[in-house]
Write a protein that binds this ligand. Structure first.
Ligand SMILES: *[C@@H]1O[C@H](CO)[C@@H](O)[C@H](O)[C@H]1NC(C)=O
Length: 329
């Protein structure tokens, strides 16, 4: 009786001691982390301050059509977002022109036009010339965003939706990456295709969203909502790709970005390149958060595999990171 109560008390005391040790260990660990992060933050500030960043000037060695890039922006009845995006991107240094893909039944209003031209003028007073153009379409189709553009002065296209903002340094870094691999798609939003394990053969696939990329670090597409690609793919998409694919996309109002990924992968036999960049989503969440989205996308992949006669997408785990922004290299 006595012995057992003594035992219980000892055990209790031991347990308390243990808890307090573990507690103080946790606090120490936390302190170490705090100090570590402070040092890293200070170091990265110092590298900015010492001018170790911004060496882009040293990289100017390309011919005219390779020097800059054109933004092709898809928009739909969200004028406040459009204004915000144009106002932001017109500040990016190597931007050459902005093409707004307009698919609404009525043309852009005079006040909207005036506002946007004014904004671009204000933001390019440092001697740059950024051209702003509306590409008006009569038909409302997702294929509009990949129509050929006459008199495009640059080889590089930065295809972007009106509701996502990437800081100019991220965009310019992605452009650098694209210049090193100008046949490839270079973008910020990776996606993956998986072989469907529930089907017997290896010709059925599942669309892998952001979580599966995050979990495995593997991807095979970058979405055209934020990606660089060569302008030659516009004419391939519109003139060479089977018309049945474009019709499918118009009808289903989905998957034009997957089709573009297929097209580029089929032409290059290589995977795209995922670039690390800060993303700011300024719109409300789009169709990708609605239910049934990934089933639709899975269906698109199966459909396109049948149309192409094979699966052209190549998985990869390569990610391009600006080495000036990482401390441990
Ligand atoms: C895929 O690439 C092959 C070989 O380059 C080409 O002949 C074919 O037309 C391409 N398919 C599509 C659908 O673009």
């Amino acid at each position: 009786m006595r012995g057992s109560s003594w035992n219980r008390r000892t055990v209790q005391r031991l347990r308390q001691a243990l808890i307090s040790t573990v507690g103080s260990m946790k606090i120490k660990l936390l302190l170490c982390c705090c100090i570590g992060f402070t040092l890293i933050a200070l170091a990265s500030r110092a590298s900015d301050f010492m001018g170790w960043t911004n060496h882009t000037a040293a990289l100017e060695r390309f011919s005219d059509s390779r020097k800059g890039y054109s933004i092709v922006m898809n928009t739909w009845k969200r004028y406040d977002l459009l204004k915000q995006s144009i106002s932001h991107y017109s500040r990016c240094p190597r931007l050459d022109s902005i093409h707004i893909v307009w698919s609404e039944p009525s043309p852009p209003s005079d006040s909207l036009r005036k506002f946007l031209y004014h904004i671009v003028q204000l933001n390019t007073r440092d001697g740059r010339q950024v051209e702003l153009k509306f590409d008006i379409n009569t038909e409302d189709s997702l294929n509009n965003r990949f129509k050929e553009i006459k008199d495009l002065r640059t080889d590089a296209i930065f295809s972007i939706d009106d509701d996502v903002i990437f800081p100019c340094p991220s965009v310019e870094f992605a452009f650098d990456v694209w210049q090193s691999a100008s046949d490839t798609m270079v973008g910020f939003v990776p996606r993956m295709h998986w072989v469907d394990p529930t089907k017997g053969d290896k010709n059925h696939y599942i669309y892998g969203g952001w979580w599966s990329v995050w979990w495995t670090g593997t991807y095979s597409m970058v979405l055209s909502k934020a990606a660089f690609f060569h302008k030659k793919y516009l004419s391939l998409y519109t003139n060479e790709m089977p018309a049945s694919i474009r019709e499918f996309i118009t009808k289903n109002r989905n998957c034009e970005d997957i089709a573009m990924s297929f097209l580029v992968a089929n032409a290059t036999g290589a995977p795209p390149i995922w670039v690390k960049g800060k993303i700011f989503e300024i719109g409300s969440t789009g169709i990708s958060s609605l239910g049934g989205h990934s089933e639709k996308r899975t269906h698109c992949i199966d459909r396109f595999v049948a149309e192409f006669g094979r699966m052209p997408l190549e998985p990869t785990a390569v990610k391009a990171v600006d080495s000036r922004n990482i401390w441990f290299w």
